[in-house]
Ligand binder design. Structure first.
Ligand SMILES: NC(=O)c1ccc[n+]([C@@H]2O[C@H](COP(=O)([O-])OP(=O)(O)OC[C@H]3O[C@@H](n4cnc5c(N)ncnc54)[C@H](O)[C@@H]3O)[C@@H](O)[C@H]2O)c1
Length: 248
């Protein structure tokens, strides 16, 4: 097992990529903190993890709210006494052109996707520094590298931000033995991508050299790698999980 007894937080773990990551972490031996704003979904994931014989803590918290995040970290420390891994996965998308995008939508997407990751990093860094060990993985997106017109411009901007946040923190925290990386997925089959028409789905698949959409488990496996000791000499990296759609 690659993560035996590690305490791992996955934000937005109630469904999709976060859920797959939480379950994969549990399979790899981790004690998992399942965070989501959807308490019911988080509880369902926790029940699956418990049935695997692993310890789990479910915490309803909105990552965009620093008070809620700080409370979450306190509860984790009370139960497990440490934090080894943080996966900043919680994210939202919105559609539309720049001219139609409201200031409120811009703020909402940036608050969850970028400030949410900052809030969580800020809350765990002190603990990881004391431990002189820790792994942080931010879930970015191909949209943060290439831009995107399928989503509103705030989405790609937030995803570029979260990738750069990983690089800045990788530099800041390297002296403390903390690795910070990002994963940049594309075209993963989740609720977020379920609204695609068949036509769009086919056109996306035709742009992917591996000839299929990604599964949440494809991202989860990349995250486990970056969160494990196999990746101990990797920091500040943005790992593409996109079937070869972008090779940079
Ligand atoms: N699906 C894709 O193709 C794709 C591609 C690139 C990047 N991503 C990124 O991967 C991550 C997960 O995507 P997904 O497709 O699994 O999304 P999803 O919408 O299926 O799941 C997101 C989860 O985050 C939770 N969440 C939303 N706001 C939250 C908040 N403020 N605090 C805590 N939890 C919150 C939701 O309740 C939900 O359970 C997102 O950051 C997304 O931007 C997804």
């Amino acid at each position: 097992m690659r993560l035996a007894n590690k305490v791992a937080i996955v934000t937005g773990a109630g469904r999709g990529i976060g859920k797959a990551t939480a379950l994969t972490f549990a399979r790899e031996g981790a004690k998992v903190v399942v965070n989501d704003i959807d308490a019911k979904a988080a509880q369902q994931v926790a029940t699956e993890i418990e049935s695997m014989g692993r310890q789990v803590l479910t915490i309803k918290a909105d990552v965009s709210q620093s008070k809620e995040v700080n409370r979450m970290i306190q509860s984790i420390l009370q139960k497990f006494g440490r934090v080894d891994i943080l996966v900043n996965n919680a994210g939202i998308i919105c559609r539309g052109s720049t001219e139609n995008l409201s200031e409120e939508e811009w703020d909402r997407v940036l608050s969850v996707n970028l400030k949410g990751a900052f809030n969580c990093c800020k809350a765990v860094i002190g603990v990881m520094k004391k431990q002189r060990a820790g792994k942080i993985v931010n879930i970015s997106s191909i949209a943060g590298k290439m831009g995107d017109i399928a989503s509103a411009p705030c989405y790609g901007a937030s995803k570029a931000g979260i990738a750069c946040l990983a690089k800045s923190l990788a530099r800041e925290l390297a002296p403390y033995g903390i690795n910070v990386n990002a994963v940049a997925p594309h075209a993963i089959e989740t609720e977020m991508s379920r609204e695609w028409s068949n036509k769009k789905r086919k056109s996306i698949i035709s742009s992917i050299p591996l000839g299929r959409l990604g599964q949440p488990s494809d991202v989860a496996e990349a995250v486990v790698f970056l969160a494990s000791d196999s990746a101990k000499f990797i920091t500040g990296e943005v790992l593409d999980v996109n079937g070869g759609c972008l090779m940079d």
